[in-house]
Write a protein that binds this ligand. Sequence first.
Ligand SMILES: Nc1ncnc2c1ncn2[C@@H]1O[C@H](COP(=O)(O)OP(=O)(O)OP(=O)(O)O)[C@@H](O)[C@H]1O
Ligand SMILES: [Mg+2]
Length: 378
Amino acid sequence: MENPFYITGIVPESFFCDRKKETDWMVRTLENRAHVLLTSPRRMGKTQLIRHVFEQPSIKDNCYTFYTDIYPTTSLHEFVLFLSKEIYSVLVPKGKAALDTFLAALHSLAGSLGYDPFTNSPKFDIKLGDIHSPELTLEEIFGYLEHAGKPCIFAIDEFQQIAYYPEKNVEATLRAHIQKMNNCLFIFAGSNRHILENMFNSAAKPFYNSAEQTYLDRIPKDIYTQFARDQFAGAGRSITSGAVSLAYDLFEGHTYYVHNVLHNAFAYIDLDREVDEADIHNTLSDILEEKGHAFSSVMNQLNYQQKETLIAIAKEGKAGGVTSVSFVKKYALKSPSSVQYSISTLLEKQIITYENSGRTKLYSVSDRFLEKWINRLY
Ligand SMILES: Nc1ncnc2c1ncn2[C@@H]1O[C@H](COP(=O)(O)OP(=O)(O)OP(=O)(O)O)[C@@H](O)[C@H]1O
Ligand SMILES: [Mg+2]
């Protein structure tokens, strides 16, 4: 029996939960020819939402849709590589004519992109070193998107990465291209709200005001509960609403974590028994135990003060005023300055994250399982 709670890969449409309003909004925005900026905390469901939007008939039937996650990239060279690779993979199954339009546009990479002379099958063999002038290749890519033969939508996930590229004026260059385009809309997505909102909301920045923005929140509890119970029922099984509600509340509805607990409950609990709240507690304990080893090694990378600070944040849940005397005292930390220092390391390692609440920053542990594990152990 297929597990309906997908925790890796693309969630198939029949196992996709809700996001109706968000989907409608995004489809409408794109139909009105505006670019989109989509932000949310990590693992809330941005990537799945984009994939789902691409499956909507009005988009699927009329447009070429591209999706690339540029999180691993650290230069314009790689950016160009990721974009071309995605276009290539989407076009190959569409047939020779579609692919040829792209190949003809990419003069600068003619040697590494085309057809194998022996087998005549399409080949993509671009190495970073082959991209001698990323600006030129970028221009060719955008030129292609402008004349692709169908409207295009390009989703660039983890878009904040471009802020770290060493090349000068990347934002301005991209913006200049995008502004001129009539045939391609962009969905910019990412979890670094701070960088992204700064990029799109400060008047001095090239991307200022260039996209309609939306912030993806949790799926409403009643809708998620109904979904989860329907999925169990669809497999001839059952789960109490109390159990779903508990899984939801344990993680404040944070999609991936709730989903992961239900995935495991579905996988490991006897088929003929209704899953109840005790099962959810046990499932969570099993998950934390299984992850214990990996979490221990995260802790081992940290020095004593970083560890202390992390534990304090985990205990607080959402920690504000972390360098105040009262916070330092409450958790018997060394000093405000040592906390400050530890926080910057923890942020850099992405072990913690923050959201702005008015003028204060609220810090929390990025991985909610790690947060729970720390709370049990310390
Ligand atoms: N609408 C949904 N229906 C079913 N499962 C979902 C849905 N949205 C998210 N999920 C679950 O949450 C997980 C994380 O979703 P996704 O990868 O889209 O989040 P994200 O916001 O892109 O995260 P990241 O910031 O880490 O890239 C998915 O793998 C899936 O298990
Ligand atoms: Mg994602």
